[in-house]
Design a protein around this ligand. Sequence first.
Ligand SMILES: C[S@@+](CC[C@H](N)C(=O)[O-])C[C@H]1O[C@@H](n2cnc3c(N)ncnc32)[C@H](O)[C@@H]1O
Length: 327
Amino acid sequence: MIIVPPIKSQGIKTKLVDWIRSSMEGVKYERWVEPFMGTGVVGFNLRPPKALMCDSNPHIIHFYHGIKTKEITASRVRKFLTKEGNKLLDSNGTYYYEVRSRFNEEGNPLDFLFLSRSCFNGMMRFNRKGGFNVPFCKKPNRFAQALVTKISNQVKNVAQLIELGDFTFKHQDFRQTLKEINESDLVYADPPYIGRHVDYFDSWSEEEERLLHNGLNQSKAKYMLSTWLSNKYRTNEYLFSIWKDSFISSKEHFYHVGGKEKNRNSVTEALISNVPLMHSIPTNSMKLRIARGESQLTSSKQRYPIPVQLSMNLQEEEPGRGLGGHS
Ligand SMILES: C[S@@+](CC[C@H](N)C(=O)[O-])C[C@H]1O[C@@H](n2cnc3c(N)ncnc32)[C@H](O)[C@@H]1O
């Protein structure tokens, strides 16, 4: 069973957890480290004995730290969402914007959860001043009892995992996390895609990609990096420059643009690592495969079946722009 986290984000890796888990079979480590934890879905599902989970977005960290300290509990979440959900319904949805303004002034983690679960398409996006700016999903009855129960159960599940494992949450830039890594760690890095979009907490440059590569290699830790290999328009050339001395596993992944069946696109996801993973090949061999027009997939579809399609509404991509679906 996949544990689904209570916070949503367009970068969430829920559909790739099983693949990541099977790819790292046999890789030994003492501590799991995520410099870019996002919703935390990967770390929570791998149930490491010990974990350091970091992100530059303070709201994510406050939320999970609140669960760890028991300031945020399933029953508090249930009460809060029921009360605030009723106000949302009574206002025919306009209350969403009151909560959004309140959150942008006070940063309450429960307001963050409310917004994450009632905003348009579960997006997480912040403006230049760091203000959450996603519009309402336009469903005034969003927090019906069934959804409130589902979200409070998600909080309960994550709280149990945090209690069982030795989880530490830190609000910090990846440069700081790189300094805290040691040889016995396994690092899972899932940075934003280069040039994909600009968000206050979530933008990424080539220089940062190089820093991450160099920092990971200097740390001597084992690492895995989630990124994309290709989409129908182009190939991620950084894999053959910055990450050229690595191993690569790849998997086809489908996503919908605008949720319509006819707009089904695929992106080839990549897991880059400094140690061989199940079915991985050297990145140079992948380069040759691409040049020869051979398959870019390192494992058969039978072994890793096509995941259930995403219902997320991703931006339509124009040739030469954007980098495909990040799920
Ligand atoms: C693609 S998401 C991670 C998704 C995550 N694996 C999941 O499944 O939910 C990238 C994350 O990196 C964080 N981030 C962006 N720039 C960062 C930086 N300089 N240092 C640390 N975290 C950063 C963002 O806030 C975002 O949560």
